[in-house]
Design a protein around this ligand. Sequence first.
Ligand SMILES: *[C@@H]1O[C@H](CO)[C@@H](O)[C@H](O)[C@H]1NC(C)=O
Ligand SMILES: *[C@@H]1O[C@H](CO)[C@@H](O)[C@H](O)[C@H]1NC(C)=O
Ligand SMILES: *[C@@H]1O[C@H](CO)[C@@H](O)[C@H](O)[C@H]1NC(C)=O
Length: 383
Amino acid sequence: MLKGREGFGVVIIFFFIGILICDVHGFRDGGGSVLENRGIITGRKQKQQFPKQQPQKAETMCNVYEGSWVYDSSYPMYDTATSCPFVRKEFDCLQYGRPNRDYLRYRWQPSGCTLPRFNAEDFLKRMQGKRIMYIGDSLSLNNWQSLVCLLYAGVPNSNITRESNTSMSTFTFQDYRVSVIIFHSLYLVDIEQESIGRVMKLDSIKDGALWKTMDVLIFNTWLWWSVKGPSQQWDYIQEGEKVYKDMDRMEAFHKGMKTWAKWVDAEVDPTSTRVFFQGISPSHYNGTEWNEPGATNCARETEPISRSTTPMSGSSPSMNVVKEVLSSIKKPVSLLDITAMSQLRKDAHPSSYNAFQGMDCTHWCIAGLPDAWNQILYRELAA
Ligand SMILES: *[C@@H]1O[C@H](CO)[C@@H](O)[C@H](O)[C@H]1NC(C)=O
Ligand SMILES: *[C@@H]1O[C@H](CO)[C@@H](O)[C@H](O)[C@H]1NC(C)=O
Ligand SMILES: *[C@@H]1O[C@H](CO)[C@@H](O)[C@H](O)[C@H]1NC(C)=O
Protein backbone atom coordinates (compact mmCIF):
# COMPACT_ATOMS: atom_id res chain seq x y z
CA MET A 1 0.00 0.00 0.00
CA LEU A 2 1.47 3.29 -1.00
CA LYS A 3 -0.34 5.67 1.26
CA GLY A 4 0.98 6.35 4.72
CA ARG A 5 4.69 6.03 5.43
CA GLU A 6 6.31 6.74 2.15
CA GLY A 7 9.84 7.44 3.24
CA PHE A 8 9.95 10.63 1.20
CA GLY A 9 12.29 13.12 2.70
CA VAL A 10 9.44 15.48 3.38
CA VAL A 11 10.45 18.69 5.01
CA ILE A 12 8.22 21.52 6.01
CA ILE A 13 9.71 24.94 5.94
CA PHE A 14 7.86 27.87 7.33
CA PHE A 15 8.80 31.11 5.72
CA PHE A 16 6.71 34.23 5.61
CA ILE A 17 3.30 32.70 6.21
CA GLY A 18 3.57 30.18 3.44
CA ILE A 19 4.73 26.65 3.68
CA LEU A 20 6.91 25.00 1.15
CA ILE A 21 6.88 21.29 1.35
CA CYS A 22 8.46 18.27 -0.13
CA ASP A 23 10.91 20.35 -2.09
CA VAL A 24 14.12 20.24 -0.21
CA HIS A 25 15.04 16.60 -0.12
CA GLY A 26 13.54 15.48 -3.35
CA PHE A 27 10.83 13.02 -4.12
CA ARG A 28 12.35 9.76 -3.03
CA ASP A 29 9.47 7.46 -2.29
CA GLY A 30 10.72 4.21 -1.00
CA GLY A 31 12.98 3.45 -3.91
CA GLY A 32 12.99 0.49 -6.19
CA SER A 33 10.26 -0.59 -8.48
CA VAL A 34 6.80 -1.28 -7.16
CA LEU A 35 4.29 -3.18 -9.18
CA GLU A 36 0.80 -1.91 -8.62
CA ASN A 37 -1.83 -4.50 -8.05
CA ARG A 38 -4.99 -2.82 -9.17
CA GLY A 39 -7.00 -5.62 -7.60
CA ILE A 40 -6.54 -4.09 -4.16
CA ILE A 41 -8.62 -1.10 -5.05
CA THR A 42 -12.17 -1.92 -4.20
CA GLY A 43 -15.40 -0.04 -3.89
CA ARG A 44 -15.07 2.07 -7.02
CA LYS A 45 -18.23 4.08 -6.79
CA GLN A 46 -18.75 5.10 -10.35
CA LYS A 47 -17.59 3.96 -13.73
CA GLN A 48 -16.14 6.94 -15.49
CA GLN A 49 -17.96 8.01 -18.59
CA PHE A 50 -15.95 9.14 -21.56
CA PRO A 51 -18.11 11.02 -24.01
CA LYS A 52 -16.40 11.57 -27.34
CA GLN A 53 -15.85 15.28 -27.58
CA GLN A 54 -13.84 16.52 -30.51
CA PRO A 55 -13.02 20.20 -30.42
CA GLN A 56 -14.74 22.12 -33.20
CA LYS A 57 -12.65 24.30 -35.49
CA ALA A 58 -13.88 27.50 -33.80
CA GLU A 59 -13.15 25.96 -30.43
CA THR A 60 -9.49 25.42 -31.22
CA MET A 61 -9.21 29.21 -31.51
CA CYS A 62 -10.81 29.72 -28.10
CA ASN A 63 -8.70 31.27 -25.33
CA VAL A 64 -9.23 28.59 -22.70
CA TYR A 65 -7.78 30.81 -19.97
CA GLU A 66 -10.62 33.34 -20.17
CA GLY A 67 -13.59 32.04 -18.27
CA SER A 68 -15.04 31.30 -14.85
CA TRP A 69 -15.72 28.45 -12.44
CA VAL A 70 -19.16 26.84 -12.58
CA TYR A 71 -20.67 24.43 -10.09
CA ASP A 72 -21.06 20.98 -11.68
CA SER A 73 -22.13 18.08 -9.50
CA SER A 74 -20.67 15.58 -12.00
CA TYR A 75 -17.22 16.65 -10.74
CA PRO A 76 -14.62 15.70 -9.43
CA MET A 77 -13.41 13.45 -12.23
CA TYR A 78 -12.15 10.85 -9.74
CA ASP A 79 -12.51 9.95 -6.10
CA THR A 80 -9.13 9.88 -4.35
CA ALA A 81 -10.36 7.53 -1.62
CA THR A 82 -11.23 4.78 -4.09
CA SER A 83 -9.35 5.58 -7.29
CA CYS A 84 -5.99 7.11 -6.42
CA PRO A 85 -4.45 5.39 -3.40
CA PHE A 86 -1.12 7.24 -3.40
CA VAL A 87 -2.01 10.90 -3.05
CA ARG A 88 0.77 12.49 -1.03
CA LYS A 89 -0.14 13.50 2.48
CA GLU A 90 0.46 17.16 1.69
CA PHE A 91 -2.38 17.16 -0.84
CA ASP A 92 -4.83 14.56 0.46
CA CYS A 93 -7.34 17.02 1.93
CA LEU A 94 -10.29 14.65 2.37
CA GLN A 95 -8.12 12.07 4.12
CA TYR A 96 -7.03 14.77 6.56
CA GLY A 97 -10.56 15.80 7.42
CA ARG A 98 -11.61 18.58 5.09
CA PRO A 99 -15.36 18.78 5.77
CA ASN A 100 -16.50 21.00 2.92
CA ARG A 101 -16.44 19.21 -0.44
CA ASP A 102 -17.83 21.86 -2.72
CA TYR A 103 -14.31 22.76 -3.87
CA LEU A 104 -14.30 19.46 -5.78
CA ARG A 105 -17.38 20.34 -7.82
CA TYR A 106 -16.21 23.32 -9.78
CA ARG A 107 -15.51 22.96 -13.47
CA TRP A 108 -13.52 25.48 -15.46
CA GLN A 109 -15.74 27.04 -18.11
CA PRO A 110 -13.89 29.05 -20.77
CA SER A 111 -16.04 31.84 -22.23
CA GLY A 112 -15.59 30.68 -25.82
CA CYS A 113 -15.69 26.89 -25.69
CA THR A 114 -16.03 23.91 -23.36
CA LEU A 115 -13.06 21.90 -22.15
CA PRO A 116 -13.39 18.20 -22.87
CA ARG A 117 -13.71 16.11 -19.74
CA PHE A 118 -10.46 14.25 -19.17
CA ASN A 119 -10.49 10.89 -20.97
CA ALA A 120 -7.67 8.75 -19.61
CA GLU A 121 -7.89 6.01 -22.21
CA ASP A 122 -7.91 8.47 -25.08
CA PHE A 123 -4.99 10.36 -23.51
CA LEU A 124 -2.94 7.17 -23.10
CA LYS A 125 -3.68 6.01 -26.65
CA ARG A 126 -2.66 9.34 -28.12
CA MET A 127 0.51 9.37 -26.01
CA GLN A 128 1.38 5.72 -26.63
CA GLY A 129 5.12 5.06 -26.23
CA LYS A 130 5.78 8.57 -24.92
CA ARG A 131 7.38 10.03 -21.81
CA ILE A 132 5.88 13.09 -20.18
CA MET A 133 8.05 14.94 -17.66
CA TYR A 134 7.08 17.66 -15.22
CA ILE A 135 10.16 19.59 -14.11
CA GLY A 136 10.15 22.02 -11.21
CA ASP A 137 9.30 22.47 -7.53
CA SER A 138 6.41 21.15 -5.42
CA LEU A 139 3.88 22.91 -7.67
CA SER A 140 5.11 20.64 -10.45
CA LEU A 141 4.73 17.73 -8.06
CA ASN A 142 1.16 18.88 -7.39
CA ASN A 143 0.44 19.02 -11.13
CA TRP A 144 2.14 15.67 -11.84
CA GLN A 145 0.16 14.00 -9.08
CA SER A 146 -3.08 15.23 -10.61
CA LEU A 147 -2.23 13.74 -14.02
CA VAL A 148 -1.19 10.45 -12.44
CA CYS A 149 -4.54 10.28 -10.59
CA LEU A 150 -6.60 11.27 -13.64
CA LEU A 151 -4.93 8.47 -15.62
CA TYR A 152 -4.88 5.89 -12.83
CA ALA A 153 -8.58 6.39 -12.08
CA GLY A 154 -9.49 6.16 -15.74
CA VAL A 155 -7.81 2.85 -16.60
CA PRO A 156 -8.55 0.49 -13.74
CA ASN A 157 -6.93 -2.95 -14.14
CA SER A 158 -4.09 -1.71 -16.28
CA ASN A 159 -0.50 -2.63 -15.42
CA ILE A 160 1.30 0.22 -13.70
CA THR A 161 4.91 0.23 -12.52
CA ARG A 162 6.54 2.84 -10.37
CA GLU A 163 10.17 3.75 -9.76
CA SER A 164 12.02 6.62 -8.19
CA ASN A 165 15.33 8.00 -7.00
CA THR A 166 16.24 11.29 -5.33
CA SER A 167 15.84 13.36 -8.48
CA MET A 168 12.77 11.86 -10.10
CA SER A 169 9.74 9.65 -9.73
CA THR A 170 8.11 7.76 -12.61
CA PHE A 171 4.75 6.07 -13.12
CA THR A 172 4.59 3.91 -16.22
CA PHE A 173 1.29 2.73 -17.70
CA GLN A 174 2.81 -0.41 -19.21
CA ASP A 175 -0.13 -1.32 -21.45
CA TYR A 176 0.35 1.97 -23.29
CA ARG A 177 4.10 2.40 -22.59
CA VAL A 178 3.34 5.90 -21.30
CA SER A 179 5.54 7.26 -18.50
CA VAL A 180 4.56 10.24 -16.38
CA ILE A 181 7.59 11.62 -14.58
CA ILE A 182 8.28 14.29 -11.99
CA PHE A 183 11.82 15.70 -12.03
CA HIS A 184 12.80 17.66 -8.95
CA SER A 185 14.43 21.01 -9.79
CA LEU A 186 13.74 24.11 -7.74
CA TYR A 187 15.41 26.61 -10.08
CA LEU A 188 15.92 24.68 -13.37
CA VAL A 189 19.52 26.00 -13.34
CA ASP A 190 22.21 24.03 -11.45
CA ILE A 191 23.24 24.18 -7.83
CA GLU A 192 26.69 22.76 -7.17
CA GLN A 193 28.53 21.95 -3.98
CA GLU A 194 31.89 23.71 -4.04
CA SER A 195 34.52 24.50 -1.41
CA ILE A 196 32.85 27.85 -0.61
CA GLY A 197 29.41 26.24 -0.26
CA ARG A 198 26.40 25.67 -2.51
CA VAL A 199 26.68 27.75 -5.66
CA MET A 200 23.74 28.47 -7.91
CA LYS A 201 25.01 28.56 -11.49
CA LEU A 202 22.81 31.05 -13.25
CA ASP A 203 24.06 30.04 -16.68
CA SER A 204 24.13 26.24 -16.53
CA ILE A 205 21.49 23.53 -16.97
CA LYS A 206 23.20 20.16 -16.77
CA ASP A 207 20.03 18.17 -16.14
CA GLY A 208 18.88 19.23 -19.60
CA ALA A 209 20.77 16.28 -21.09
CA LEU A 210 18.07 14.00 -19.69
CA TRP A 211 15.14 16.39 -20.17
CA LYS A 212 15.65 16.70 -23.91
CA THR A 213 15.17 12.96 -24.42
CA MET A 214 11.50 13.28 -23.32
CA ASP A 215 8.46 13.69 -25.57
CA VAL A 216 6.60 16.25 -23.46
CA LEU A 217 8.20 18.67 -20.99
CA ILE A 218 6.24 20.83 -18.55
CA PHE A 219 8.52 23.27 -16.72
CA ASN A 220 7.85 25.48 -13.72
CA THR A 221 9.97 27.58 -11.39
CA TRP A 222 9.47 30.70 -9.25
CA LEU A 223 8.51 29.81 -5.69
CA TRP A 224 12.07 29.32 -4.45
CA TRP A 225 13.69 32.30 -6.15
CA SER A 226 12.35 34.64 -3.48
CA VAL A 227 13.21 32.44 -0.47
CA LYS A 228 15.77 33.96 1.91
CA GLY A 229 17.14 32.96 5.29
CA PRO A 230 17.85 29.44 6.51
CA SER A 231 15.59 27.81 3.89
CA GLN A 232 17.48 29.31 1.00
CA GLN A 233 18.95 26.50 -1.08
CA TRP A 234 22.25 28.11 -2.10
CA ASP A 235 25.05 30.13 -0.49
CA TYR A 236 26.44 31.94 -3.52
CA ILE A 237 25.14 32.81 -6.92
CA GLN A 238 27.40 32.68 -9.96
CA GLU A 239 27.07 34.21 -13.39
CA GLY A 240 29.95 33.64 -15.78
CA GLU A 241 33.12 34.04 -13.74
CA LYS A 242 31.50 36.37 -11.20
CA VAL A 243 30.38 35.02 -7.85
CA TYR A 244 27.91 37.01 -5.74
CA LYS A 245 26.67 36.62 -2.17
CA ASP A 246 23.20 37.66 -3.33
CA MET A 247 21.46 39.71 -5.98
CA ASP A 248 18.04 41.16 -6.67
CA ARG A 249 15.85 38.08 -6.80
CA MET A 250 13.69 39.18 -9.71
CA GLU A 251 16.86 39.87 -11.68
CA ALA A 252 18.27 36.44 -10.75
CA PHE A 253 14.96 34.81 -11.81
CA HIS A 254 15.13 36.68 -15.12
CA LYS A 255 18.70 35.49 -15.73
CA GLY A 256 17.83 31.89 -14.82
CA MET A 257 14.80 31.95 -17.13
CA LYS A 258 16.97 33.37 -19.94
CA THR A 259 19.40 30.47 -19.47
CA TRP A 260 16.49 28.06 -19.70
CA ALA A 261 15.23 29.82 -22.85
CA LYS A 262 18.67 29.53 -24.45
CA TRP A 263 18.74 25.87 -23.53
CA VAL A 264 15.37 25.33 -25.23
CA ASP A 265 16.55 27.07 -28.39
CA ALA A 266 19.87 25.20 -28.47
CA GLU A 267 18.90 21.72 -27.30
CA VAL A 268 15.23 20.88 -27.80
CA ASP A 269 14.21 19.19 -31.02
CA PRO A 270 10.67 20.48 -31.64
CA THR A 271 9.86 17.59 -33.99
CA SER A 272 10.18 15.13 -31.11
CA THR A 273 9.62 17.19 -27.95
CA ARG A 274 6.68 19.43 -26.98
CA VAL A 275 7.59 22.11 -24.45
CA PHE A 276 5.21 23.75 -21.99
CA PHE A 277 5.83 26.26 -19.23
CA GLN A 278 3.45 26.07 -16.29
CA GLY A 279 2.66 29.67 -15.33
CA ILE A 280 3.04 30.92 -11.78
CA SER A 281 0.65 29.36 -9.31
CA PRO A 282 -0.91 31.94 -6.98
CA SER A 283 -1.17 31.61 -3.21
CA HIS A 284 -3.90 33.02 -0.96
CA TYR A 285 -2.57 34.71 2.17
CA ASN A 286 -3.85 38.22 1.57
CA GLY A 287 -7.61 38.67 1.81
CA THR A 288 -7.36 42.14 0.26
CA GLU A 289 -7.07 40.28 -3.04
CA TRP A 290 -10.57 38.85 -2.62
CA ASN A 291 -12.37 41.58 -0.69
CA GLU A 292 -11.80 40.13 2.77
CA PRO A 293 -9.13 42.51 4.03
CA GLY A 294 -8.89 40.79 7.42
CA ALA A 295 -8.04 37.35 6.04
CA THR A 296 -4.39 36.28 6.26
CA ASN A 297 -4.87 32.79 4.86
CA CYS A 298 -7.35 30.54 3.04
CA ALA A 299 -8.66 28.66 6.12
CA ARG A 300 -12.28 29.76 5.83
CA GLU A 301 -12.63 29.71 2.07
CA THR A 302 -15.19 27.31 0.63
CA GLU A 303 -16.10 28.93 -2.68
CA PRO A 304 -14.19 30.29 -5.65
CA ILE A 305 -14.20 34.01 -6.36
CA SER A 306 -17.20 34.45 -8.64
CA ARG A 307 -15.70 36.53 -11.40
CA SER A 308 -14.41 35.86 -14.84
CA THR A 309 -10.76 36.18 -15.69
CA THR A 310 -9.79 38.99 -18.03
CA PRO A 311 -6.81 39.27 -20.36
CA MET A 312 -5.11 41.45 -17.71
CA SER A 313 -5.71 39.33 -14.64
CA GLY A 314 -2.86 37.15 -13.48
CA SER A 315 -0.16 39.67 -14.24
CA SER A 316 2.60 40.21 -11.68
CA PRO A 317 6.30 41.10 -11.90
CA SER A 318 7.32 37.42 -11.96
CA MET A 319 4.67 36.51 -14.55
CA ASN A 320 5.85 39.45 -16.67
CA VAL A 321 9.35 37.94 -16.62
CA VAL A 322 7.92 34.57 -17.70
CA LYS A 323 6.00 36.13 -20.59
CA GLU A 324 8.91 38.26 -21.76
CA VAL A 325 11.31 35.31 -21.72
CA LEU A 326 8.83 32.99 -23.47
CA SER A 327 8.29 35.55 -26.21
CA SER A 328 12.06 35.60 -26.85
CA ILE A 329 12.27 31.84 -27.54
CA LYS A 330 12.37 30.94 -31.21
CA LYS A 331 11.26 27.33 -30.81
CA PRO A 332 7.61 26.58 -30.05
CA VAL A 333 6.84 26.71 -26.32
CA SER A 334 3.31 26.84 -24.94
CA LEU A 335 2.49 28.74 -21.79
CA LEU A 336 0.04 26.89 -19.55
CA ASP A 337 -1.34 30.18 -18.35
CA ILE A 338 -2.91 28.92 -15.15
CA THR A 339 -2.34 32.00 -13.01
CA ALA A 340 -5.58 33.96 -13.43
CA MET A 341 -7.91 30.95 -13.35
CA SER A 342 -6.15 29.73 -10.20
CA GLN A 343 -6.30 33.12 -8.49
CA LEU A 344 -10.07 32.63 -8.35
CA ARG A 345 -9.65 29.38 -6.36
CA LYS A 346 -9.04 30.64 -2.83
CA ASP A 347 -11.08 27.59 -1.76
CA ALA A 348 -8.88 24.94 -3.38
CA HIS A 349 -5.79 24.90 -1.12
CA PRO A 350 -5.24 22.30 1.61
CA SER A 351 -5.24 25.01 4.33
CA SER A 352 -4.71 22.90 7.48
CA TYR A 353 -6.18 19.68 6.00
CA ASN A 354 -2.87 17.94 5.45
CA ALA A 355 -0.72 15.58 7.51
CA PHE A 356 1.22 18.48 9.03
CA GLN A 357 -1.72 20.66 9.98
CA GLY A 358 0.41 23.58 8.89
CA MET A 359 -1.46 26.29 7.02
CA ASP A 360 -0.84 25.70 3.32
CA CYS A 361 -2.45 28.20 0.96
CA THR A 362 0.28 27.65 -1.65
CA HIS A 363 -0.34 24.12 -2.90
CA TRP A 364 -3.66 22.58 -4.00
CA CYS A 365 -5.80 19.67 -2.85
CA ILE A 366 -5.80 16.53 -5.00
CA ALA A 367 -8.36 15.91 -6.44
CA GLY A 368 -8.90 19.56 -7.22
CA LEU A 369 -7.73 22.54 -9.19
CA PRO A 370 -4.67 20.95 -10.91
CA ASP A 371 -7.09 18.53 -12.62
CA ALA A 372 -8.33 21.54 -14.62
CA TRP A 373 -4.72 22.42 -15.52
CA ASN A 374 -4.36 18.91 -16.90
CA GLN A 375 -7.66 19.13 -18.78
CA ILE A 376 -6.07 22.09 -20.56
CA LEU A 377 -2.85 20.13 -21.14
CA TYR A 378 -4.94 17.28 -22.57
CA ARG A 379 -6.69 19.67 -24.94
CA GLU A 380 -3.35 21.15 -26.04
CA LEU A 381 -1.79 17.73 -26.62
CA ALA A 382 -4.84 16.53 -28.54
CA ALA A 383 -5.01 19.60 -30.79
C1 LIG B 1 3.59 -5.35 -15.95
O1 LIG B 1 4.57 -4.80 -16.82
C2 LIG B 1 5.90 -5.17 -16.49
C3 LIG B 1 6.84 -4.43 -17.41
O2 LIG B 1 6.50 -4.64 -18.76
C4 LIG B 1 6.05 -6.69 -16.61
O3 LIG B 1 7.36 -7.05 -16.24
C5 LIG B 1 5.05 -7.35 -15.67
O4 LIG B 1 5.11 -8.75 -15.83
C6 LIG B 1 3.64 -6.85 -15.95
N1 LIG B 1 2.76 -7.37 -14.92
C7 LIG B 1 1.58 -7.92 -15.19
C8 LIG B 1 0.79 -8.34 -14.01
O5 LIG B 1 1.16 -8.06 -16.33
C1 LIG C 1 17.58 8.82 -11.41
O1 LIG C 1 17.20 7.99 -12.48
C2 LIG C 1 17.40 8.55 -13.76
C3 LIG C 1 16.78 7.61 -14.80
O2 LIG C 1 17.16 6.31 -14.58
C4 LIG C 1 18.88 8.78 -13.99
O3 LIG C 1 19.09 9.34 -15.27
C5 LIG C 1 19.38 9.71 -12.92
O4 LIG C 1 20.78 9.87 -13.05
C6 LIG C 1 19.06 9.15 -11.53
N1 LIG C 1 19.39 10.19 -10.57
C7 LIG C 1 19.99 9.91 -9.41
C8 LIG C 1 20.30 11.08 -8.53
O5 LIG C 1 20.28 8.77 -9.08
C1 LIG D 1 -2.23 42.74 0.61
O1 LIG D 1 -2.47 43.25 -0.67
C2 LIG D 1 -2.68 44.67 -0.68
C3 LIG D 1 -3.14 45.08 -2.07
O2 LIG D 1 -2.37 44.47 -3.06
C4 LIG D 1 -1.40 45.36 -0.24
O3 LIG D 1 -1.58 46.77 -0.22
C5 LIG D 1 -1.03 44.87 1.16
O4 LIG D 1 0.21 45.42 1.55
C6 LIG D 1 -0.96 43.35 1.21
N1 LIG D 1 -0.82 42.92 2.58
C7 LIG D 1 0.18 42.12 2.97
C8 LIG D 1 0.16 41.72 4.41
O5 LIG D 1 1.06 41.74 2.22
